[in-house]
Design a binder for this molecule. Structure first.
Ligand SMILES: Cc1cc2nc3c(=O)[nH]c(=O)nc-3n(C[C@H](O)[C@H](O)[C@H](O)COP(=O)(O)OP(=O)(O)OC[C@H]3O[C@@H](n4cnc5c(N)ncnc54)[C@H](O)[C@@H]3O)c2cc1C
Length: 341
């Protein structure tokens, strides 16, 4: 039986027995705490909470956590982002910081659906017009959507997939997750419908100071921020080699393939590779396997040492891809990533 640790939420007057190593996000959900979450990736600061006792029961802080806390005006020795931490001992949590100025400074606005485009049976693209003012974002950033629930608002993050030069519109592409409330709500939006959003958020951005080659790796709708980055990069002068490894499951999951081959036609230094992990035996003449197989097979040590990598998708893919790239010789600070779940 695993060791249990008592977690006390002073603000909610509740306690919960967490398993050794349990992710604090899961603990908060299971305990029914009022700690708010949004990005669940350490980028927005919404879940910043004071640690009253047991700071040593949480793992060490990563640079992203310290940056996010400081940018929200919070002391990293007093506060933790609960979405990044797991439990290794008794813990008492105090007030949730709910950094107000993060929302105010970054903007909260109403957006209206201009165009709905189904891309596959489960993925759609939504194009929004910003009703008030303009949006300024860096390719790779995301917006938090406020989805009206039965008696509350549920907040979920969606990466912007469009070119940053369009200040009055932005696009997202969303997979309808089975049993998922917000992704299915977004799928049901149609032209004319409005929704509240806040942002942009996130530090998954291009390294503008670099002239190194680029390797982008995306799985599923992880292509969204990568697409925005690509459109931006390919709109600039220069011919840095840009490779994209795009992983999907089956032929029926394919999307953005025409856009990618069109970009390839007009920008020969852009090399997209699509790989399917579970194609029908007869229905796919292309590559089979995982994006991480492509790293093993196609990225040379020479390339790894002179390349910046941008990864987006699920946490397991990102962990594995990072491990492989570092083993090939890529420096860890040249790998930027965004975890979707
Ligand atoms: C920074 C950031 C950017 C994101 N950008 C995008 C984006 O551009 N496009 C996009 O489609 N999603 C994106 N996501 C994921 C998105 O925010 C939601 O988590 C996702 O849409 C599920 O929300 P939901 O309310 O529908 O499901 P929930 O009600 O949160 O979850 C329902 C169930 O599905 C599981 N689940 C949740 N998400 C996934 C998933 N992605 N795949 C498989 N199972 C899952 C949960 O564990 C749960 O069991 C992003 C996430 C982050 C943190």
């Amino acid at each position: 039986m695993s060791t249990m640790h008592r977690v006390t939420f002073q603000q909610d007057k509740i306690t919960y027995d967490a398993e050794e190593g349990q992710w604090l996000y899961d603990v908060c959900e299971a305990a029914g705490s009022s700690v708010p979450f949004a990005c669940k990736a350490g980028a927005c600061g919404t879940c910043a909470t004071q640690v009253v006792q047991g700071a040593e029961s949480l793992g060490p802080q990563i640079a992203r956590e310290i940056r996010t806390l400081e940018s929200n005006g919070l002391d990293p020795t007093q506060y933790r982002l609960l979405c990044l931490a797991d439990v290794h001992g008794t813990l008492t949590l105090g007030a949730s910081a709910k950094p107000q100025h993060a929302t105010a400074a970054l903007g909260m606005c109403t957006v209206r659906v201009k165009e709905y485009r189904p891309l596959t049976l489960t993925v759609c693209e939504q194009r929004f017009a910003v009703e008030s003012g303009e949006i300024t974002f860096s390719p790779g950033q995301y917006m938090i959507f406020h989805v009206p629930g039965i008696d509350n608002v549920i907040r979920r993050s969606y990466s912007i997939s469009s070119h940053p030069s369009d200040r009055t519109h932005f696009e997202i592409c969303v997979r309808a997750v089975s049993g998922g409330f917000c992704s299915n709500f977004i799928h049901r939006l149609r032209p004319g419908d409005c929704i509240q959003v806040e942002g942009p958020y996130g530090d998954f951005r291009l390294d503008d100071g670099s002239q190194r080659d680029i390797l982008m790796i995306a799985t599923g709708t992880g292509i969204a921020p990568i697409k925005s980055m690509l459109l931006s990069l390919l709109g600039q002068t220069g011919t840095r080699r840009i490779r994209l490894f795009f992983g999907l499951r089956n032929v029926s999951d394919l999307f953005y393939t025409t856009m990618l081959s069109d970009l390839r036609e007009t920008h020969p230094w852009f090399e997209p590779t699509i790989i399917l992990s579970q194609p029908d035996p007869m229905g796919w003449p292309g590559l089979r396997g995982r994006v991480t197989d492509l790293i093993s097979e196609q990225v040379s040590a020479d390339e790894a040492s002179n390349t910046d990598a941008y990864l987006c998708g699920g946490r397991p893919m990102i962990e594995e891809a990072k491990r492989l790239l570092i083993r090939k010789g890529m420096k860890v600070d040249r790998i930027r990533h965004e975890n979707f779940f």
